[in-house]
Ligand binder design. Structure first.
Ligand SMILES: C[S@@+](CC[C@H](N)C(=O)[O-])C[C@H]1O[C@@H](n2cnc3c(N)ncnc32)[C@H](O)[C@@H]1O
Length: 287
């Protein structure tokens, strides 16, 4: 696989970050056991009813959203490259009593080895697309594992919001042409910085000293590049949305927090697309 070495560096960086992130969250098993959910209304709306459906959550990190989806009645498989994420997810499943199946794997290898047409829904969210080093291979893999008429559902940070640095200066290209953007300081402890916004089970101080020794490599894809890759793979676009706020993430310092742990531009300032969503459907070939 092309870019395997970059994915491996990302794995190490995510291991360190995931440990720090979970250190800030109060008893997550008790939260889920008590009926708590880490999902936001936007993905619930895009997904629709998932009861009884076979759903794979790609890049599921430590499994909190996967288990929240399983609690809605889906038969969930979670896939992530991070050892720390998957180990945590497996334990959280046992401790919360919510069954789900978790696999540690590079998404490209997992998609390449999964049974064709074995899922009703492929889902990914919030910081997933920027780790994909080859959109076309990924989209084809997603289409291959969906049953005919099965849906791909994604909600993520809007790629336009990624052109700004933390001070809201335009710093990064929108069109990156598949070139990686490397951060030598690795995946940050954005959960520690977000306080309650990313800790629905309750925020605790946790790990206060955090340095990530592992660099990371992200890939910026415009919305049209992602949509076109899905279309080229044999899917049709059912729905696409843009949102003027971001859930749980203060993407740059100019944003203010509003109801529902959403971050948006201050009153009176021009709005910007901060998240987007897409629902694509595998075309059923007749005959
Ligand atoms: C921001 S997190 C996504 C969080 C997710 N929305 C959730 O439910 O918690 C991004 C995830 O992508 C994973 N990832 C990055 N590159 C990957 C790859 N090549 N294959 C599988 N997972 C990958 C990371 O390990 C990390 O857990």
């Amino acid at each position: 696989m092309q870019n395997r070495h970059l994915h491996e560096e990302n794995r190490k960086s995510w291991n360190a970050a995931t440990r720090a992130h979970n250190s800030h969250k109060k008893d997550q098993a008790a939260f889920l056991r008590g009926g708590g959910s880490t999902l936001f209304p936007e993905e619930i709306e895009l997904l629709g009813s998932i009861e009884g459906l076979r759903l794979v959550h790609l890049q599921c990190n430590a499994g909190q959203d996967s288990l929240s989806l399983a609690a809605l009645g889906a038969e969930v498989t979670g896939v992530d490259i991070s050892d720390e994420g998957i180990n945590f997810a497996q334990k959280l499943s046992i401790d919360s009593g919510i069954p789900a199946h978790f696999v540690r794997a590079d998404v490209y290898e997992w998609l390449g080895g999964a049974d064709p047409e074995s899922f009703d829904i492929v889902f990914c969210s919030y910081g997933a697309l920027c780790w994909l080093s080859d959109l076309d291979v990924w989209a084809q893999g997603v289409a291959d594992i969906l049953r005919p008429n099965g849906r791909f559902v994604c909600i993520d940070f809007h790629p336009f919001s990624m052109v700004f640095d933390e001070h809201f200066e335009i710093t990064y290209p929108y069109f990156a042409g598949g070139e990686p953007l490397t951060w030598d300081d690795g995946v940050g402890d954005y959960v520690g910085l977000a306080g309650d916004a990313l800790a629905p089970s309750g925020f605790i101080e946790g790990k206060t000293k955090y340095d990530n020794p592992h660099p990371v490599h992200e890939f910026q894809w415009g919305t049209a590049e992602t949509l076109q890759a899905l279309i080229n793979s044999g899917m049709s676009i059912d729905l696409t949305r843009e949102y003027p706020y971001s859930n749980g993430a203060k993407l740059f310092e100019d944003l203010i927090e509003v109801e529902g742990h959403r971050f948006t531009r201050p009153e009176g300032q021009p709005n910007l697309p901060l998240m987007w969503g897409v629902v694509a459907r595998k075309i059923e070939v007749s005959g």
